[in-house]
Design a protein around this ligand. Structure first.
Ligand code: CA
Ligand code: CA
Ligand code: CA
Length: 444
């Protein structure tokens, strides 16, 4: 049992629930990996494995200080800790790792670790995918480059040109990447000097026997990934008009590219799943204030993550769903008689309107009936005038009007703002001229 294996077991026991996942994964693949764990092979690559620019991984396999994942090496394998890749607050329930070129290296995941085995020269892309408890996928790509030892110019063969390459780079005083530094350090003394060019020449001409025939130099480097939105939701104190809805979410970028100007769109839909949603034009902030037009609709947001830096700035758009249909904060009229626009009302009929909730009349406010032809007030009652304005729960009935109203003109009903309020004191917004018009039948 080597250190890696011991560490994994301890981690699994500590974490409890993940033991299950870990055991399940191991159970299916142990037969393949077991020999490597049980009897560490001699390595086919030189230490250290170095990291050019992966943000979540330490400088090289010798490094212990700092924030990133250590590069744990054993035999021809090395392993990385995905807990250093994903945000600490994020619970990853499933982890997979794949390699684009299995002749270079394989990749496997044993939550929380990612394990690579080196096979041969070349470059492979490793894809790591973590699945959250909400089944959202967080993806990271990076590159594993395997160079033949001493192939400093990376043409696949070892010749005197590789020694000259080192000399040229020294003469230019080039700033070397971690990986190139490691590759040029032929005598493995952790510095790159003319002695490395000499050692390489000796190796090439056969003067020196160095255990190099099948050994490699391994370098990790970053591939940019687009940012991701996950754990998103819409928050509102209550889903009523006038309230502010906020798009809340987590943002992830494997290269730690900070969030730039992520984009927001808002929609309303008659369906709880948003299937028939139409865009609310002009709303592009991460917050949105619920409007009268949203009443009885569901309001959605689409968030498109945009990174401030990187090669892939824009990620996948995510739909955020509301907790509830939108209600009116204040009483609204849901039905009225006569209907708006009708031209055959019976002058003897009562005028009736019904609210979406129980209401009471507020003293000092008026209901006015306007004669549209002359634009004059045909009638005006206080809303708390029980002789003519009857209130029953959520219904208001204006009684006995036939001999008071002109029959030769369209009529419009104006209800003053605040003429009624619900039992919590939320005032009715009122109706304005022409919002509710009807006419009596001709000839009466
Ligand atoms: Ca990446
Ligand atoms: Ca050296
Ligand atoms: Ca990125």
């Amino acid at each position: 049992m080597n250190d890696y294996w011991r560490k994994m077991t301890a981690l699994s026991l500590k974490k409890g629930p993940s033991l299950f996942v870990c055991a399940a994964v191991l159970g299916t693949t142990l037969s393949l990996s077991a020999p490597a764990y049980a009897i560490p092979e001699s390595s086919n690559y030189f230490l250290p494995v170095v990291n050019n620019d992966l943000q979540w991984v330490k400088f090289d396999s010798n490094a212990n200080a700092g924030m990133g994942s250590t590069i744990d090496v054993y035999g021809s394998y090395f392993a990385l800790d995905s807990q250093k890749l994903f945000p600490p607050s994020t619970v990853i329930t499933m982890l997979t790792a794949t390699s684009s070129d299995m002749s270079v290296a394989s990749a496997n995941a044993y939550l929380p670790n990612i394990e690579m085995e080196i096979f041969g020269p070349g470059t492979t892309e490793i894809r790591v995918e973590g699945v959250t408890a909400e089944n959202e996928k967080l993806t990271e790509h990076f590159r594993v480059t395997v160079n033949r030892f001493a192939d400093t110019n990376k043409d696949g063969i070892i010749t005197s040109a590789d020694a000259f390459h080192i000399v040229r780079e020294l003469n230019r005083n080039s700033a070397l990447t971690n990986g190139d530094f490691n590759l040029y350090d032929i005598d493995r003394d952790r510095s790159v000097t003319a002695a490395d060019a000499s050692a390489l020449m000796s190796l090439y001409t056969g003067k020196t026997v160095l255990d190099s025939s099948e050994k490699y130099v391994v370098t990790l480097s970053a591939i940019d990934d687009a940012p991701v939105i996950y754990s998103g939701s819409l928050y509102a104190d209550t889903w009523v008009t006038g309230q502010t809805v906020t798009a809340e979410y987590s943002y992830f970028d494997p290269e730690n590219d900070f969030e730039g100007n992520s984009r927001f769109k808002w929609f309303r839909s008659s369906q709880a799943d948003g299937s028939d949603r139409t865009e609310i034009i002009g709303e592009t902030s991460y917050t949105y204030t619920l409007q009268q037009a949203d009443i009885n609709y569901y309001v959605f947001a689409e968030v498109t993550p945009v990174a401030a830096s990187g090669d892939l700035l824009t990620g996948q758009t995510v739909l955020l769903k509301p907790a509830s249909v939108v209600a009116s904060a204040t009483p609204i009229i849901v039905s009225r008689t006569p209907l708006h626009g009708s031209n055959n009302a019976n002058p003897g009929d009562d005028i009736v309107f019904t609210f979406d909730r129980d209401i009471v009349a507020v003293p000092g406010k008026y209901i006015k009936i306007i004669s549209m032809l002359e634009n004059t007030e045909a009638l005006s009652y206080p809303s708390d005038y029980p002789d003519h304005v009857l209130i029953d729960g959520n219904t208001v009935t204006i009684k006995v009007l036939s001999w008071l109203l002109p029959s030769n003109t369209p009529l419009s009903i104006i209800i003053e703002e605040g003429a009624f309020e619900d039992l919590d004191g939320n005032a009715f917004a009122g109706t304005v001229l022409a919002e509710w018009i009807f006419a009596h039948s001709v000839g009466i």
